[in-house]
Structures are given as structure tokens and as C-alpha cells.
Design a protein around this ligand. Structure first.
Ligand SMILES: [Zn+2]
Length: 416
């Protein structure tokens, strides 16, 4: 039976996939095809990319447009993190839906099913299958089809947990259950990259650990890859930049008289790491151009995108976001010598931004360079492809291998 196995190494930059740092991924690349001009979605955040990977559609089409989003729960706009387990139900309550596009779990519900083991945030796991069509197992939540409750996995949120979860994934999913789609989402190296200098020994350790888990998965399905039954997709969701400076947009707009007060519902600022999205209440819509002009004059801000122009970023101009703020990114080195430095943002919600450590969410060169390797039928061994591909191509590629037509996605089925 045809099967697809997807292994995500959260946040692993394409330029770190080298024989010295990731020998296992290079081994898999030699058995398959290495896509070397692979790109992410905007915002280049984990939860938006999880939804984009699951649906094959950009955030504007699949309906999850940020790692943090503004919802009106009855008291005006309020910014919520998509991360906690309860966000999915809040979104459903406010909008009457979760994602607008079907996930692979939904498409495969009656065609061999999907089993997902997630080790990043609860939200990143949930938005791979928010309506419970397949099996989804995370440390804080676990569901079977129909959102029946299962036991959480209990693995820790670090490289040790990734290793324990990978062992279970191999035994329980790859050898035992053999669903049409098996997806493992490791939290590293992203989890550590947010806390240390990119390129530092602590960073390299977790990259090597994530690489080792990918190698374990590969070694356990190698025969089925060679026979053409299994397609193995190893990928990351986004890369990282080093935070050079943090800009608090809430402070700036309140000080300028363009937002009523901290946390006020007129101007809701959702931080996305190295970008931000701003939602305006009906009464504040008239302030849009003044806000754009004020922020555009800040030398740390590269671009403010408004109105119909946000469609070019892959967002929905009718989806609630009124402005997108992009910070400057450059080639400056981290303390440990890795290139790529960007401005990070705070908004109504305060997120974990650490100057000198990694972050993502914007359009910087390195955060927009995840990696992609496909090994199996249709992918020539040892080939490298330099034409542009995207994280939204993963779902159509997986569905194509399984024999399903999925031409209603934004992405396209890849081959070599
Ligand atoms: Zn991520």
C-alpha cells in the first residue's frame, strides 16, 4: 500500500543542512531529491505553516493568518495566541469555523487515515487537523477521529522529548498502524533557537539531535522507500533570523495617539515575531493610513502593507487584517557567526523575543529558507532542484503519491 511519512525538524534553516551538521539528512538527500530553493509562507510562523502544510494552501486561503490573531469574542477585538490548547475552540466560537480548506487528515479520513505526533506547541499540532478527522497526539492534547479523547504522549518539549516521541512514532505508527499519512513534528531545533545564539554549540547540538531522529525514521522505512511504497518527506516549516532589536508597536501607536490605550480593542496588534499584523475596529478603520504613515517613518520598519496589497503576501484582504508591518532584515552575523539579523515586534500580546537569539515570522532571507528533501517513487536519487518550491507543495505532493487528485490547493505536486 502507498504511504507517506513526513518528518518536520521545526525551524531548521536550509543552510544548516550540510554533511558536517546533518549527515543523516544528507544521507536521505542522496537517496532522494533535495529542493534547494524552497520557501515558506507569510507569516513564517510555526502554526500558520502547520496549517499551510496540512492544507496545501496559503494562510489567506486556509484561514489561519498568524501565530497570534485578533478575534471579537463579544467585547471588541482582542489578540490571542494560537498556541494554547483552548484557542481552537475560541476561534470556532468567534468565526464559526477553524480552517477554511480541508486538511490532509480530512481528505484521507476514509482512505487509510492520518496519524500525527506533534511536539511543538499545542496550536501547531491542532492546526494540522483542527476538526479531528485523523489521530493527533501531543503532550497537552490527543484526539482520534471525531475528536474522541486519547492519551497525550507525555514526551518533554525538548530534544529528549523529540527522541522519545520518534521512538514511539517508529514503533506505533510506522511499524504497527501504517496509516496512509504518518507525520512527526519535532520541536527542535526551533525550541532552542529561540533561546541561544544561532550557530552556538547549544544550537548545533539540537540540530544534530533532530537530524539523528530523521535518520532513525529513514532507517526504519528504507526498504519501503526503495520499493516505491513509501514517500518520505523531510522538511522544516521555516528558518530563523537573529533578533537585532525589538520594536513594541503597541507603545509606538499609543504614544502617537493612534491607539487608545494598551490592550484597547480599537487597534489590535498581533506580533508574529519578525513581522506583525494589525486589525482595526470599524471605528478605527479611518486611522489606517495615518498608522501606516507613522510606522513607515520608523527607520527600523522596512515596509507597511495595507488593503488589497496584503494579497501579494498570501493573506486575505477581506480576512480581518488591515495592516502588515515588516521589519528590516540584513546579513549581519549572530554572536556565533551565522548570517541573518532582523527586527522583532511586540504588540498587544507580548511574546518571547530574545535579542541575540533566533526568531522568525517575516520575509527575511533565512527565515524564508526552510529545507525540503523527498525520497521515494518519482524522486531521482541524488538530484538537487534549484527551481522554487514552497511548503504549500508538501500536501499536493503527498496526495499525489497516495493516488489522490488535489488540484484545489494553492501548491503543486512536486517530482524530479
Ligand atoms: Zn516552527
Amino acid at each position: 500500500m502507498k504511504r507517506v511519512v513526513i518528518v518536520i525538524c521545526d525551524g531548521l534553516r536550509a543552510d544548516m543542512v550540510t554533511p558536517e551538521i546533518t549527515p543523516n539528512l544528507i544521507r536521505i538527500a542522496k537517496a532522494g531529491t533535495h529542493f534547494q530553493a524552497h520557501g515558506g509562507v507569510f507569516p513564517s510562523t510555526t502554526r500558520t505553516t502547520a496549517a499551510a502544510i496540512a492544507t496545501g494552501c496559503k494562510p489567506g486561503r486556509n484561514g489561519l493568518e498568524g501565530n497570534a490573531v485578533a478575534l471579537d469574542m463579544g467585547n471588541g477585538l482582542e489578540v490571542f495566541s494560537v498556541g494554547p490548547p483552548g484557542f481552537r475552540d475560541k476561534m470556532h466560537q468567534a468565526l464559526g469555523r477553524t480552517l477554511k480548506s480541508p486538511t490532509m487528515s480530512e481528505r484521507l479520513r476514509d482512505h487509510g487515515g492520518a496519524v500525527i505526533y506533534g511536539n511543538a506547541s499545542p496550536g501547531a499540532a491542532l492546526f494540522l487537523d483542527p476538526d479531528g478527522h485523523g489521530h493527533l497526539v501531543h503532550r497537552d492534547l490527543a484526539f482520534g477521529p471525531g475528536r474522541t479523547t486519547l492519551a497525550p504522549h507525555g514526551a518533554s518539549h525538548d530534544a529528549t522529548g523529540d527522541a522519545a516521541l520518534t521512538a514511539r512514532f517508529i514503533d506505533e505508527v510506522l511499524h504497527d498502524r501504517k496509516p496512509a499519512l504518518a507525520l512527526l513534528w519535532q520541536c527542535e531545533p526551533d525550541h532552542t533557537q529561540h533561546e541561544v545564539a544561532l550557530g552556538s554549540p547549544a544550537h548545533l547540538d539540537v540540530v544534530r539531535a533532530a537530524d539523528a531522529q530523521a535518520g532513525r525514521v529513514y532507517d526504519n522505512i528504507r526498504h519501503d522507500i526503495d520499493s516505491g511504497d513509501v514517500l518520505l518527506i523531510c522538511a522544516s516549516d521555516h528558518g530563523h533570523e537573529t533578533i537585532g532589536e525589538i520594536v513594541d508597536l503597541e507603545d509606538i501607536l499609543v504614544a502617537a495617539g493612534l491607539k487608545d490605550a494598551k490592550g484597547s480593542p480599537d487597534v489590535a496588534i498581533a506580533p508574529q515575531g519578525t513581522s506583525a499584523t494589525i486589525y482595526l475596529s470599524a471605528d478605527a478603520k479611518s486611522r489606517r493610513d495615518a498608522i501606516a504613515e507613522h510606522l513607515q517613518n520608523d527607520p527600523r520598519i522596512a515596509r507597511v502593507v495595507v488593503g488589497e496589497d496584503i494579497a501579494a503576501l498570501g493573506l486575505d484582504p477581506e480576512g480581518g487584517i488591515d495592516l502588515v508591518v515588516l521589519g528590516h532584515a540584513n546579513e549581519d552575523l549572530s554572536e556565533a557567526g551565522m548570517p541573518g539579523t532582523a527586527i522583532a515586534f511586540q504588540g498587544d500580546l507580548k511574546i518571547a523575543n530574545n535579542v541575540g537569539c533566533g526568531q522568525h515570522g517575516g520575509l527575511g532571507r533565512y527565515e524564508q529558507s526552510p529545507f525540503l528533501i523527498c525520497a521515494g517513487a518519482g524522486f531521482a536519487p541524488g538530484l538537487t532542484i534549484d527551481s522554487a518550491t514552497s511548503v504549500i507543495d508538501i500536501a499536493p505532493t503527498a496526495m499525489h503519491h497516495l493516488g489522490h487528485v488535489a488540484d484545489d490547493m494553492d501548491g503543486r505536486a512536486l517530482q524530479s
